[in-house]
Design a protein around this ligand. Structure first.
Ligand code: HEM
Length: 141
């Protein structure tokens, strides 16, 4: 349920991120952990210091999953089904954290791609990340 213009905004910013998933993802996680320290509790086994291997590696995984979702906008449920199982059943992440991570990702995109991150692009990414988040929490019950 994304308009052609929204799809274009999502794809245009994604084309800038592609190839830099670990760096962008690590920065988004660092912003999340610094801004909302309570979100770190899920990552007590991680080294969350600036630029750590854990941040790079996990940030890369998260951003690659988002990239894959960006390629399956019409079928997010299917594209994210195993991740959705993982977050709901195994990790039991409090759903409120998804909004915080989505925010940290948007700030990171804004800082790196100010020319592409227009008001339209921001609205499209906000909608996209909300859709990804709803899918990831859809199996909570
Ligand atoms: C694991 C994606 C939100 C906590 C993962 C993995 C991916 C991922 C791809 C790795 C799965 C694997 O190794 O098979 C995402 C996406 C998110 C999201 C796309 C939303 C846009 C969150 C949030 C939290 C969280 C908000 C908590 C604040 C975790 C934890 C793990 C994990 C604790 C396991 C880490 C480990 O021990 O390696 N997530 N995630 N995720 N996620 Fe998320």
């Amino acid at each position: 349920i994304f308009t052609a213009a929204e799809k274009a905004s999502i794809a245009s910013i994604w084309s800038k991120v592609a190839g830099h998933e670990s760096a962008i993802g690590a920065e988004a996680l660092e912003r999340l952990f610094l801004s909302f320290p309570q979100s770190k509790t899920y990552f007590s086994h991680f080294d969350v210091s600036h630029g750590s291997k854990d941040l790079q590696s996990h940030g890369g995984k998260v951003l690659k999953a988002i990239g894959s979702a960006a390629q399956h906008l019409n079928d997010l449920d299917f594209a994210l089904s195993s991740l959705s199982e993982l977050h709901a059943r195994k990790l039991r992440v409090d759903p409120g954290n998804f909004r915080l991570l989505s925010h940290a990702i948007q700030v990171t995109l804004a800082v790196h791609f100010p020319n592409q991150f227009t008001a339209e692009a921001q609205a499209a990414w906000d909608k996209f990340l909300s859709a990804v988040s709803s899918t990831l929490v859809s199996q909570y019950r």
